[in-house]
Design a protein around this ligand. Structure first.
Ligand code: NAD
Ligand code: DAU
Length: 353
């Protein structure tokens, strides 16, 4: 039996990863440490305890709480740490950068340090600390001529969120370089799928369509993102955990690049078809608004390393996954209601439409 300490397991990707590990590795048990911020939702892990009896434990707590972490490590034989917990929304990082520093930089360091203190050095070859990071640490590419980011590209983060993730990556790497502590880092592109807090582009657009509200697009809508279905990301993470080399960084992407306006138009058509409306019904709500500060134009990564070392590949059924995702947000009313209060507050403070 292997015990995984998952941080941020009540968030979007962490909750998918917990289900994925429990389903695909029958000799695993999970400790989920999550502070339940606005982005952490107990409904994201509903029924996990019941469906996997004796294999799942939730601990409500903050990754910056050193005493709590020491208790967790002294009371449990932890084999692997998979570190998702973070402040994850770029737009919020402009308003409250200090919260991003606390969680993403200080929290990561407390976690690294506690694991290093409690894991005996002679066990390190069987232990893994997987730090989940982002393509945003590389900064922005121009539309066509720039080469893809590789794992060796320089870090040029351009938002407080990206800078806090880059700092966390460097601290994680320093634990490998300084102590040979068994750290691996993954950097992923934009995830989509069920259970994503609806401040992010795809769920926000679907819920606004559902409510026949404006669909806010920053700037001219030509910024490009590379989308990956969240389960593909989870598969890649388990592969990296099992086959990756310690001290290494792995880029992960879905190889599905779309400009924001193209993607939103696609979502409009999918939502129209799922709700029996005319093809262009929702497009009239598209509203171009003031751009995000320092809005990164495009990220594209070379993911040949993860593919050649682990055999993982993204699934490439983008339209199918996007359609099921749109359907999920249109039909999961209890989950949508659970986000409503915090979301309304955010929408009011952030969008002047
Ligand atoms: P999310 O915002 O949905 O979830 C974050 C989770 O962390 C929440 O459950 C929250 O309660 C918890 N959390 C926040 N602060 C905490 C603290 N101090 N202590 C304990 N728990 C805390 O985020 P997500 O989209 O699932 O992203 C997970 C990780 O993946 C993040 O590290 C993010 O940077 C990275 N990432 C995300 C994407 C993406 O597209 N969403 C892409 C690449 C990398
Ligand atoms: O690239 C990986 C990153 O992807 C992760 O590290 C972040 O945690 C995750 O939030 C995501 O960041 P983005 O900023 O790319 O995601 P977001 O959904 O906020 O925005 C996607 C694109 O859509 C981006 O170009 C901004 C644009 N956008 C977003 C919102 C919320 C709009 O045009 N309008 C909006 O209202």
């Amino acid at each position: 039996m292997k015990t995984y300490l998952i941080t941020g397991g009540c968030g979007f990707i962490g909750s998918h990863f917990i289900r994925y590990v429990l389903e695909n590795n029958k000799s695993s048990s999970i400790l989920n440490l999550d502070a339940l911020t606005y982005a952490g939702n107990p409904l994201n892990v509903k029924n996990i305890e019941k469906n996997y009896p004796g294999r799942y434990t939730f601990i409500k707590g903050d990754i910056t709480d050193e005493t709590l972490l020491k208790n967790i490590f002294s009371e449990n034989e932890i084999d692997h740490v998979i570190h998702f917990a973070a402040e994850s929304h770029v737009d919020r990082s402009f308003d409250d950068p200090m919260q991003f520093v606390k969680t993403n930089i200080v929290g990561t360091t407390v976690l690294l340090n506690t694991a290093k203190e409690f894991w005996q050095k002679d066990e390190w070859n069987s232990k893994r600390f997987l730090h989940i990071s982002t393509d945003e640490v590389y900064g922005s590419l121009s539309l066509e001529e720039d080469a893809k980011f590789t794992e060796n590209s320089p870090l040029k983060p351009r938002s407080p969120y990206a800078a806090s993730k880059a700092a966390a990556d460097l601290l994680a790497q320093s634990y490998f370089e300084s102590f040979e502590f068994p750290v691996l880092i993954t950097r992923c592109s934009n995830n989509f799928g069920p259970y994503q807090y609806p401040e992010k582009l795809i769920p926000l657009m679907v819920l606004n369509m559902k409510n026949e509200k404006a669909l806010p697009i920053y700037g001219n809508g030509l910024n490009i993102r590379d989308w990956i279905y969240v389960e593909d990301h989870c598969k890649a993470l388990l592969e990296v955990l099992e086959k990756g080399q310690v001290g290494e960084i792995y880029n992960i992407s879905g190889e599905q690049e779309y400009s924001n306006i193209t993607l939103v138009n696609m979502i409009c058509e999918i939502a129209a078809s799922l709700t029996n409306k005319k093809k262009d019904h929702f497009k009239k709500y598209i509203t171009f608004i003031k751009d995000r500060p320092g809005h990164d134009l495009r990220y594209t990564m070379d993911c040949s390393k993860v593919q050649s070392e682990t055999g993982w590949k993204p699934s490439h059924n983008f339209i199918e996954n996007l359609t099921s995702t749109v359907q999920w947000y249109l039909t999961h009313n209890e989950w949508v209601r659970s986000c409503e209060l915090s979301l309304q507050k955010w929408m009011k403070s952030h969008y002047a439409i």
